[in-house]
Every structure is written in structure tokens, then in C-alpha cells.
Ligand binder design. Structure first.
Ligand code: HEM
Length: 526
């Protein structure tokens, strides 16, 4: 190599390096300018709460998803009081924890707050037609077709089917009690909850649900069983972008699994076409597809308290379901009925295992139910006051849903505050934080079921919302209460539970408080 060549190689390398440096400088500057421009744009859009005199809190997206959601939200509410505003990107969200205002939003002015935030995908009819997602008239139609499934009369008729599910649970727990008794109650009660859903929804018994590898259970666990679901985050915080990118928050394979399962059950029902009139959820849906349904508002006459009053079914409501709507509600039934009930029951067991004095009182109450009513009577089950108090106290401290949300369909002035919430803004009701607020419950961190005995109840009805409230509350509440009450009283009667060393750990996804496992040690009572 000559001197000349050597120098030109060096000068070529130097000039390449300089070009690279110039380009990386230009790119970094562009990136910084873009980030700054987005930041300035977002900040300039985030001024609404200021104009309303509302305390504004800036929250980082990262802290929200790296911390356990319930802890994050609890701390936020403790620091900032009963009304404050945040922004999700540029969307104004108002946190409201005042029980009187919550009553206005959920019940009194329900005609304005009848929808949740937009969760539709525009590409996934299975999700977009679910009762939890649909809006306005479509919601009214589907809700009034579904609600008779959960009337007291129907549930009473279903009690023997649920007792059968409870008996399969016993069979499985008896086997575990013969080993060292250490078990994940969340898994076992998940199988019980799924059996109940399948019985109530489809009048079908599916065997082997207690098998951990059963595909129904495996797929149901996939829906909620992850810590951070990036697609869900995008749908929640940038719904327009998610729609543009045609993103659906749940795994398509899982959704298709439940869709195919539902279609098979429907096909079988049509093939068998037996003459016995069935009372299950699927039959109500199929009848409504043929416009063959009489909406009986008498069915719900027990829902007389305003907190849980159903919308009234009137003649002007369209009563015909499309096939997309039918399949979506069936799949929703699987998803909504499984994780929430299994979580509530297993957390009740976790609590009684940690509080032996509570467990003993519950056992004494269970003895009467089993000795006098053989553990199968519907009305008597609902009159067990201590059982009810244990469940309510567990749901106060560890509710399956951490918050409720509503979106007004017109501008709305919050009574007595001078604050106007604009059409399309989000109202966020942080029920986990409210249920642990000393203004609502004395010694809020203490597990004390006695506070829910009828003679001791002292809280505002809208400070306790594990099933939501108003016409858009949990449609499955009565079914869930029946299944959880029957499950818990039966287990307390037959077994003794001891706490496990393993602390509870929750998934952080989606605003639910879903434990990964609930380990307890159990033994059969003599
Ligand atoms: C312990 C068990 C359960 C808990 C804690 C629970 C909790 C909730 C909560 C907090 C809501 C939101 C209510 C609101 O926005 O005001 C809800 C809605 C809903 N739940 Fe449940 N749920 C449970 C069991 C069930 C079951 C067993 C089903 C059905 C089989 C069900 C079906 C639904 C549906 C379809 C909605 C949406 C209602 C609508 O938008 O009209 N849930 N649930």
C-alpha cells in the first residue's frame, strides 16, 4: 500500500464518520423536536380541569403499569381527595369518590351516563357486540333480553344444578384433603365457577373441568392471566389509534375458541330440538333471535332498591338479536362469569384461613344450614347473615373490579360543585380506594365481617360498590351471590382451612384485582 493510498483511506473513513455524525445529529434533533412538539401539544390540550377549578394530577403511564394497579390508585386517591382530574394522553378523566355524587351519576342521571368508555375495536364483532361494550339503544335491547336469566325465579330453579357443581367440587377437594392438603383454591374454584356458567348458560354438563389442562379453563385463564397486555393498554389509552391499526385487546385464538365452543353448543341444541322448554340463558337468546320473546318486567320485581333496579322492558324496545349479538353474549358469559366469581370465593377462603375466629362462626352457621336444610335450600341460603357478611367484607377489601367508569352523552354539571364534565369525558369511580377510606368505613384496613351484619351497617350505600350500581350494574350479581354463598358455606362446613406462607400476588392487567394463585392448606372436618 502506498503513502497516498493510506492517506486517502484515512480521509475516506474520516469523511464517512463525519457524515454519520451529521446524520445522527440531524436525526436526534428531529426526534427531540418531535417529542417536544408532542409534549407541547399534549400539555396545551391538558388544561380543561384547570378551567373548572379542579385539582389536576399528572400521572405517569409507566408508574401506572409497573406498580400493582390497586396500590397505585389507592395512593393517588389518598393524596388527592374526593374529586380530582387526570389526563390520559389528552383525554380528561375525573376521579369522583363522593358517594352522593356517585349516586347521581350511576342512578339519578343514568340517562346521561348510560355508557362506559369506548372499548369497541371496529374489527372484532365478537367483542364489539358484548353487553359490557355496546352503547345506548343496543345496550338497552341486549340488557333487557338477558336480564330475565338472572331473576330470582329462574335462579331458584337453577339451584339444584349449582348444587351438582358444588358436589363435584367436594369430590375433588376430598381427594386433596387426603394428601398434604396444600392447594391453589383459585384453580379449583375456577373449575366450579366455569361449571356453574356452563350449566346456567347452556344447560349442559361438561365433565373434567377440574382437570388443569381442560382447554376451556386453559383459554379462560389466558384472557385475564397476564400482567401487562400492551394491546389492552393501546385500546384503553389511544382508542382511535387502536382502531386505525385494527387492534383487538384479546388474543384472537382465545376468542375463536369460545366462539366455536358456543356455536357447537347452539348447533347441538338446534339438532336435538327437544320438546321440554328450557330455562337457560341460551334458550332466551335463541328465542329472541326468532322474535319469540316476551319481556316480563315482573321477573325483576325483586330488584326494587334503586341501587340495583333494572331498566324497565317496554314494548318499544326492539327484541330481536342478530347472530353476532347472540354469540358475543354467550362468549361474554364465559369470560365475565369465570374469573370474578372464582376470585371472590378463593379470597373469602384466604380471609377465613387467616381469621380462625371468623371461620369458627361461619362453621356454626353452616351446621344449621346443613343439619336442617341439607345444604340445598335457596331461600335459607340467602338468609345466612354471617355468611353474607364474610363475603361482603372480603369484597370490600379485595374487590374483583377496582373501579367503575361512565361517560356522559351531554355536558353535565356535577351537583353543588360548579364543575362541568363535557360530553365524552370519562368519570372514574375508584371503588377499591373508596372501600378502604376511613371516611366510609371505620378501621378500613381491618377485616371485620360484623360491620356488614344488618344491625351494624353504617356506610353510605354508594360507598360500597363491588357489583357497581344503577341500571348498568353487574347483570350476573344474583347468580354470582348464589354461587359464592353456596360454595363458601359448603366448604366451611366440610373442611378446615389454614393460611399458607405464600402471600397473595395479583395480575395488574385491566383494572381487575385477580390473584395469580390463592394457596391454602385444608383438611376434612371429622
Ligand atoms: C363475584 C362475581 C362478580 C363480580 C364481583 C362482578 C363485578 C362486576 C362489576 C363491578 C361490573 C361493572 C358494573 C358497573 O359498571 O356498574 C360488572 C358488570 C358486568 N358483569 Fe359482573 N361480576 C361478577 C360476576 C358476574 C357473572 C357471574 C356474570 C355473568 C355470568 C357477570 C356478567 C357481567 C356483565 C355482562 C356485566 C356488564 C353489564 C352491563 O354493561 O350492562 N358478572 N360485574
Amino acid at each position: 500500500m502506498t503513502d497516498f493510498d493510506f492517506n486517502s483511506e484515512i480521509s475516506l473513513a474520516v469523511s464517512h464518520n463525519s457524515i454519520l455524525h451529521i446524520w445522527s445529529f440531524i436525526l436526534t434533533t428531529c426526534l427531540l423536536v418531535t417529542v417536544l412538539a408532542i409534549y407541547r401539544y399534549v400539555s396545551s390540550q391538558c388544561t380543561y380541569w384547570e378551567t373548572q377549578g379542579v385539582k389536576t394530577v399528572s400521572v405517569g403511564l409507566l408508574t401506572r403499569f409497573t406498580k400493582q394497579w390497586h396500590e397505585w390508585e389507592h395512593e393517588l386517591c389518598k393524596r388527592n381527595g374526593k374529586i380530582f382530574g387526570i389526563y390520559e394522553m389528552t383525554k380528561p378523566v375525573l376521579f369522583v369518590s363522593d358517594p352522593d355524587l356517585i349516586r347521581d351519576i350511576l342512578v339519578k342521571d343514568f340517562h346521561i351516563f348510560n355508557n362506559r368508555r369506548d372499548f369497541s375495536t371496529g374489527v372484532e364483532p365478537l367483542l364489539d357486540n358484548m353487553l359490557t361494550v355496546v352503547k345506548d339503544e343496543q345496550w338497552k335491547k341486549i340488557r333487557s333480553i338477558m336480564s330475565p336469566t338472572f331473576s330470582t325465579g329462574k335462579l331458584k330453579k337453577m339451584m339444584p344444578l349449582i348444587v351438582e357443581c358444588r358436589n363435584s367440587l367436594f369430590n375433588n377437594l376430598d381427594k386433596i384433603a387426603k394428601t398434604d392438603g396444600q392447594t391453589d383454591m383459585k384453580r379449583l374454584l375456577g373449575a366450579y365457577a366455569m361449571e356453574v356458567v356452563i350449566q346456567v348458560a347452556f344447560g349442559t354438563k361438561v365433565d373434567a373441568l377440574f382437570d388443569e389442562n381442560n382447554p376451556i379453563i386453559v383459554n379462560a385463564r389466558k384472557v385475564f392471566g397476564q400482567n401487562i397486555n400492551p394491546k389492552l393498554i393501546l385500546v384503553l389509552f389511544a382508542p382511535k389509534l387502536a382502531k386505525l391499526l385494527k387492534i383487538s385487546p384479546f388474543d384472537k385464538k382465545v376468542m375463536n375458541f369460545f366462539k366455536d365452543l358456543t356455536l357447537n353448543i347452539i348447533e347441538e341444541r338446534k339438532r336435538n330440538n327437544d320438546s321440554v322448554k328450557r330455562i337457560d340463558f341460551l334458550q332466551l337468546m335463541l328465542d329472541s333471535m326468532q322474535n319469540n320473546i316476551t319481556l316480563d318486567s315482573e321477573e325483576n320485581k325483586d330488584n326494587d332498591h334503586e341501587k340495583y333496579k333494572e331498566i324497565q322492558a317496554t314494548d318499544d324496545i326492539d327484541k330481536t338479536l342478530t347472530s353476532d349479538e347472540l354469540v358475543a353474549q354467550c362468549v361474554l358469559f364465559f369470560l365475565a362469569g369465570y374469573e370474578t366469581s372464582a376470585t371472590t370465593m378463593s379470597l373469602c377462603l384466604h380471609q377465613i384461613a387467616k381469621h380462625p375466629e371468623v371461620q369458627q362462626k361461619l362453621y356454626l352457621e353452616s351446621k344449621k344450614y346443613f343439619d336442617e336444610y341439607k345444604g340445598v335450600d335457596y331461600d335459607e341460603l340467602n338468609s345466612l347473615k354471617y355468611l353474607n357478611a364474610v363475603i361482603m367484607e372480603t369484597q370490600r377489601l379485595l374487590p374483583a373490579a377496582l373501579f367503575l367508569e361512565r361517560v356522559p352523552n351531554e355536558d353535565y354539571e356535577l351537583r353543588g360543585t360548579g364543575i362541568t364534565i363535557k360530553k365524552g369525558h370519562i368519570v372514574h369511580i375508584p371503588l377499591y380506594a373508596m372501600q378502604r377510606d376511613a371516611d366510609n368505613f371505620a378501621d378500613p384496613e381491618v377485616f371485620r365481617p360484623e360491620r356488614f351484619l344488618p344491625e351494624n351497617i353504617a356506610h353510605h350505600p354508594y360507598a360500597y360498590l363491588p357489583f357497581g350500581a344503577g341500571p348498568r350494574n353487574c347483570i350476573g350479581m344474583r347468580l354470582a351471590q348464589m354461587e359464592v354463598r353456596l360454595g363458601l358455606i359448603s366448604l366451611a362446613n366440610r373442611y378446615r382451612f389454614y393460611p399458607s406462607e405464600k402471600p397473595l400476588e395479583f395480575f395488574t392487567s385491566g383494572g381487575g384485582m385477580i390473584p395469580k394463585t390463592v394457596m391454602v392448606k385444608m383438611e376434612r372436618r371429622a
